[in-house]
Design a protein around this ligand. Sequence first.
Ligand code: ATP
Ligand code: MG
Length: 430
Amino acid sequence: MRTPIRAVTPESSTAEIAGWVHEIRDLGGLVFLLIRDRTGIIQVTIPKKKASPLVLEAVREVSRESVVRVTGTVKAIEKAPGGRELVPESIEIISQSASPMPLDVVEKVPAELDTRLDSRFLDARRPRVAAVFQIRSTVIRAVSEFLHARGFINITTPKVVAAATEGGTELFPIAYFDREAFLNQSPQLYKQMLMAAGFEKVFEIGPIFRAEEHNTTKHLNEATSIDVEVSFADHLEVMALLEELVIHCYSTVAESCSDQLAQMEISGFEVPKAPFPRLPYAKAIEIAAAKSGEKIAYGDDIGTVAEKAIGEEMGSHYFIVDWPTLIKPYYAMPSEADPKVSNAFDLMHPRMELASGSQRIHQHNLLVHQIRSKGLSAESFEFYLTPFRYGMPPHSGWGLGAERLVMTMLGLQNIREAVLFPRDRHRLVP
Ligand code: ATP
Ligand code: MG
């Protein structure tokens, strides 16, 4: 029976391990093989004079990153990783690795991101890279547990759709038999329809597709959205939920991923504190003008430069609230006090936007009016609009980018580092 490498302790007498040959060090009379599995690294020590001919032959033949199985006796030794080493009785080469490799797993020379992504399977053998995806998995689990515990149900909505969510140009057209179809840019319309179905609290963690032309460090063409919709709740309630969820994700990672954080050399991992400041849009563009010199006219979007300047000023997570109705999607509810402002918000990390949300319009007439005023045709939204005529509760929700959450949490420079196989303007393989 194979033992995970971490479970081999100085107290173990014998062990059988299996994993990849991380390093081979030939010191003349002694050869060290470092063997790695996903739990850790162990030193296998081969004294040339005492080792069996079969063991010596395997050591001569084996190349780095080959998969091997080793059985032997465990000895306590202070200098080796984990305070123990394995002296082999047998070494079986299960799968020999070709060399040279397209990417150096031990990373004496740091590789460019593109090279890493081309050979992601090798890149992900590096404990520091694997740690990102173990943490990402923990974040997704934390989200799911948090929402289930609050009575949400997990939904799955179609990714092949007939109409754009927001009518934008960011759509990938696809061939769907003899009809035109698109990859969905957001589950927005479907989660709203499920409010009409009486589900009240839904969430989805799934892919969104955006045909953004630009190549940036924070945009993907296929991203993962954590989407939430809640009936009988206003925007303030779902903002509080979002704030609590983000903090919960950080706390869960702090509690259960200390090894991975150490692997990534992240010290002093900080859990953000509630409440996140609420910054009105009008104040945000003032800060942007004062700090970056970028003048944003009221009603214009906040660009990357302005976003950075405001983030520096705020210093931690914050919300931008009181958005002009004009720049928010048609489904955002205009404020009763001043309809030029909508009950919409963005959750911001100092580096970038993490989530957008709002109270939604639940009145059929108003929704049709807003769709038309954005220059869209209400007819192409018939399937979405019909549910609003048969009993639609008031509701609110948001969409949170999973990659951006992980990227900002771990201080990754490029969003592509938070995705196993990123899709961008130039990358469709692997
Ligand atoms: P941005 O202005 O930063 O491009 P957005 O306002 O267009 O984002 P939304 O439509 O509000 O994005 O989507 C909700 C969330 O989904 C965003 O806040 C972000 O976290 C994530 N998201 C949206 N588009 C992308 C993308 N192309 N790549 C990665 N994440 C994305
Ligand atoms: Mg947004």
